[in-house]
Write a protein that binds this ligand. Structure first.
Ligand code: ADP
Ligand code: GLC
Length: 481
């Protein structure tokens, strides 16, 4: 089976969040199960240095009058993953993140930038024979690829099968009608049962509307998004398409995320040899000038700082837990108010709180390895990867009961036989505090902590399982089996 996976970011080439981890690991796991997969993504600055066997591919055309769009082909060295890069200097050769300029605002022409990614994917899907590689199925991810199925629907009745994965329904790629008109799409599709969303274009809606199957990144989120509370205005359409909607839980790349062989940790440790985890804790306390005290529980955060992630709740309860002896190491960036809040509290309590604003891959591993607990108090969470990484590191996650967090972390009411973390219900400081209190209580019981860590570290969320589920879905879409 030949599968073209299309995404706007991919680890280790370019990453702003979990989508990159998924796009980097899922196709490798699918390859290992015999699938012939290639990934298509934009040629952003700096990524060619990390690509091997680079070759110039064909010119595809000039859909929006910004110059020829061509393909480059190459491979990721470690995994051998085959890539195609959409090369359009006018659209992609810019400083900033894949989505935002240096001023922190969305690029004005993101509709054309990701329209071009979708358009290029559609050209490959349509004319693959000319490239000697014709996909049987195209797997799109998030709004940046949402126009791909629309182009294919408009161009031809005969097209490869289409699967569309929603990683986050909140980001839906909304643009104005005058921007829609830039994209070479017919006016006839700009209607409520097409791509129109309250008078504007929704690229995410396009992906949902025109694909054969829709997935989300956890079974629980697949249910949640069919309700008005989590549906972001698309719950009606998702209920309408519910026969074609399913949830496949993301995986973890245990080559990258394992305390046994993590090159960034001060000391490796194992499920049955947890003692060196303390050295990683001391290392973190040292590095940030926190009190060097093994008896103080250390809580970690690695996250985008946004409303979604519920970090305002952490800010609310921090002073109370600092006074109870807890320490916090926080890494993230995003909303200015949250960044400033965490920076200020670190200035007030330098022995108890360390805040790093920015993006730091290495530090994210050290926080996973060195903390006792890991906080993910999200208001909603399609899957969430960091809590799964934390489980592997025996850093007990404290999560809200939502989306993929509810599918991956367990806390029983009466019994700790299955417990792997701490789970709270409502997104309030009160409920988060109660969960932190339970964690602090467990911390004072070393025997219980040891047992919970073992239970957490034994969880297996490998990509093999997820890849198997995707391949089964592809087969059912293609052959009805
Ligand atoms: P989301 O994609 O919603 O941000 P996920 O939990 O799915 O959340 O994935 C986040 C990914 O980004 C994880 O790999 C996490 O370690 C990483 N990450 C988030 N913020 C930072 C940061 N400031 N520095 C380094 N890595 C980060
Ligand atoms: C999104 C979601 C996150 C998920 C990630 C990868 O960024 O917010 O929950 O883990 O995509 O699927």
């Amino acid at each position: 089976m030949k599968v073209l996976l299309v995404a706007s970011e991919l680890f280790p080439l370019v990453k702003t969040g979990g989508l990159a981890d998924v796009a980097g690991s899922l196709p490798v796991a699918m390859m290992q199960q015999g699938c012939d997969v290639r990934v298509l993504l934009p040629n952003y600055p700096g990524i060619l240095d990390k690509v091997e066997n680079l070759e110039q591919g064909p010119q595809l055309g000039d859909p929006y009058g910004h110059g020829e769009i061509s393909l480059l082909s190459g491979q990721i060295a470690e995994s051998g993953l085959e890539l195609w890069l959409v090369d359009s200097p006018a659209l992609f050769n810019r400083p900033g993140t894949p989505y935002l300029g240096l001023d922190g605002y969305d690029y004005q022409d993101n509709h054309k930038r990701f329209g071009a990614l979708s358009w290029a994917g559609a050209v490959i899907a349509q004319h693959g024979r000319l490239l000697n590689w014709q996909p049987d199925l195209v797997h799109c991810n998030d709004w940046q690829t949402g126009l791909l199925p629309a182009y294919l629907k408009i161009w031809s009745q005969q097209r490869p099968a289409m699967v569309f994965t929603i990683h986050n329904l909140l980001f839906s790629g909304i643009f104005d009608y005058f921007q829609y008109r830039d994209l070479g799409l017919p006016d006839g599709e700009f209607r409520p049962d097409g791509m129109e969303f309250f008078g504007r274009l929704s690229m995410l809606k396009s992906g949902i509307q025109y694909s054969d199957a829709i997935t989300t990144v956890s079974p629980n989120y697949a249910k949640e998004i069919q309700t008005p509370e989590f549906g972001c205005g698309l719950d009606g359409l998702l209920r309408h398409r519910s026969d074609h909607l399913s949830g496949i839980l993301n995986g973890v790349d245990y080559h990258i995320w394992s305390p046994e062989n993590d090159p960034y940790l001060a000391a490796p440790y194992f499920e049955n040899h947890q003692e060196p985890k303390q050295l990683n804790k001391i290392d973190l306390q040292n590095r940030f000038g926190l009190d060097q005290d093994p008896n103080k529980p250390l809580f970690g955060v690695v996250s985008r700082m946004s409303e979604q992630k519920g970090l305002d709740l952490v800010l609310e309860v921090l002073p109370y837990f600092i006074h109870k002896g807890a320490q916090f190491v926080i890494l993230g960036s995003g909303d200015r108010i949250l960044e400033e809040g965490f920076q200020q509290i670190a200035v007030e309590y330098p022995k108890s709180v360390a805040t790093t604003i920015g993006y730091d891959e290495q530090l994210s591993h050290r926080i996973q390895g060195g903390c006792d607990f890991f906080l993910v108090p999200s208001r909603f969470e399609p899957c969430g990867l960091t809590q799964m990484y934390a489980l592997k590191y025996g850093t007990l996650p404290i999560v809200r009961h939502t989306g993929g967090l509810a599918d991956t972390v367990w806390e029983g009411t009466y019994d700790d036989a299955m417990q792997t973390g701490f789970v709270f219900g409502k997104a309030t400081g009160f409920e988060l505090s109660a969960a932190l209190d339970r964690a602090m209580q467990a911390f004072r019981n070393p025997g219980l902590m040891h047992k919970l860590r073992i239970q957490a570290m034994r969880q297996n969320f490998s990509w093999d399982r997820a890849a198997g589920n995707y391949l089964a879905l592809y087969r059912s879409v293609l052959y009805g089996v």
